[in-house]
Ligand binder design. Structure first.
Ligand code: DQA
Length: 154
């Protein structure tokens, strides 16, 4: 893969119900809001010389549209598909068509939860997966993505 320009932003896409972070099941997802995560991510990305486009939607098609947009407008993607992680062939296909590094992220550890969360349709099309560290998962994902972009090994 060609080296990706650092002038392009990274995309951070969050799926359904993640707009409720801070309120929704805080014992599982923590009390940090998505807006606060956005600030943490932007700060960490800046330390790597990267800018960020952060988006959230409860609608599968929006996520697919943004992944398609990222193909030409971003240096790489961090994706928390929420529940679509476990169901969405459309998101899988969209990510599969992206010639960019993709890091899958989850606040909780889906493998320690209900069985229906143990399978991800995103993992097979991601370079790597970071799960279980709460809001910090997103920050770790920025570090991982920055190093992938730097080395362009995908
Ligand atoms: C989640 C895990 C998913 O199983 C769940 O449907 C979510 C959040 C996480 O970040 O831990 O909505 O993606």
């Amino acid at each position: 893969m060609a080296k990706k320009s650092k002038t392009l932003p990274i995309y951070v896409l969050s799926g359904p119900n993640l707009n409720l972070l801070g309120l929704r099941e805080p014992e599982i997802y923590g009390r940090t809001t998505l807006a606060e995560i956005g600030e943490m991510v932007a700060k960490r990305a800046k330390s790597h010389g990267l800018s960020v486009v952060s988006r959230q939607s409860n609608h599968e098609g929006d996520l697919v549209d943004w992944v398609q947009e990222a193909r030409t407008s971003s240096a790489g993607l961090i994706v928390n598909g929420g529940a679509y992680t476990h169901t969405s062939v459309a998101l899988h296909d969209a990510l599969r068509a992206v010639d960019l590094p993709v890091v899958e992220v989850h606040l909780s550890n889906p493998f320690a939860r209900e069985e229906f969360r143990h399978h991800s349709r995103i993992s097979p099309v991601a370079k790597g997966v970071i799960v279980g560290f709460g809001a910090q998962s997103y920050v770790l994902a920025v570090d991982a993505l920055a190093s992938l972009i730097e080395s362009s090994t995908v």
